[in-house]
Design a protein around this ligand. Structure first.
Ligand SMILES: Nc1ccn([C@H]2C[C@H](O)[C@@H](COP(=O)(O)OP(=O)(O)OP(=O)(O)O)O2)c(=O)n1
Length: 199
């Protein structure tokens, strides 16, 4: 079941979830909240071995997503004038807002695109919209407010698009989990964010 704006507000009020900073009134719609683009971006480049671009295999043992980014990601920090997202290119990006969904709250979420950007050919994830119950929650760390959502951004449209820090970039849809999950999400992502990318 998808939560309405009222139900999301009630969940925030009783600390059943956290969004930090809280999106402004214009970001809210009936069943989704717009989240905004952080200024840190990463462009992936093929790792070079002896000067030769080398394919990477997520199936290899020892594979760690954050290490891959560290080894082959070029960090871009957007200034207020933004970043030109070239037609045909791909970027990793993050939301400005941090999200926390303690798994006891029986809330999960999905991150989805905005149709205004989709009409220009901009996508914000690559078949990975799932935000698990327990995301952004650290047991025994009440001061931790959550983690940014990672966006896998592609521009398959014909236009180069200027991205600006703080622009509405995606929508968060919050869903009620039927039953209490046995397992919390303590995934590697839950402590990942743009600022951990740098070596
Ligand atoms: N576009 C997305 C999709 C997911 N997530 C976060 C929330 C999810 O709870 C977590 C894990 O997502 P997946 O289960 O889709 O990823 P993996 O199966 O690869 O798991 P992991 O990242 O734990 O290795 O990543 C995110 O920040 N941005």
């Amino acid at each position: 079941m998808i939560l309405s704006d009222r139900e999301i507000r009630a969940a925030l009020d009783r600390d059943a979830m956290k969004i930090t900073p809280l999106p402004q009134a214009s970001a809210w719609s009936s069943t989704a909240i717009d989240l905004t683009l952080d200024r840190e971006l990463v462009r992936l480049k093929a790792p070079l071995i002896a000067g030769v671009p080398t394919p990477v295999s997520p199936a290899e043992s020892g594979y760690r997503f954050d290490l891959l980014i560290r080894e082959s990601g070029e960090q871009i920090t957007m200034s207020s004038s933004g970043h030109v997202f070239e037609s045909g290119s791909f970027l990793l990006a993050w939301t400005t807002e941090k999200l926390q969904l303690p798994h006891r709250s029986r809330l999960a979420a999905r991150v989805e695109g905005k149709s205004s950007l989709a009409r220009l050919g901009i996508g914000v994830h690559v078949t990975a919209p799932t935000i698990h119950a327990g995301f952004g929650f650290k047991q025994g760390d009440p001061g931790y407010v959550g983690s940014p959502l990672q966006l896998e951004m592609w521009n398959c449209g014909p236009l180069d698009i200027k991205l600006l820090p703080g622009m509405p970039i995606c929508q968060l849809i919050v869903e009620l989990v039927d039953g209490t999950p046995e397992k919390g999400y303590d995934g590697r992502f839950s402590i990942q964010g743009p600022r951990q990318v740098q070596a």
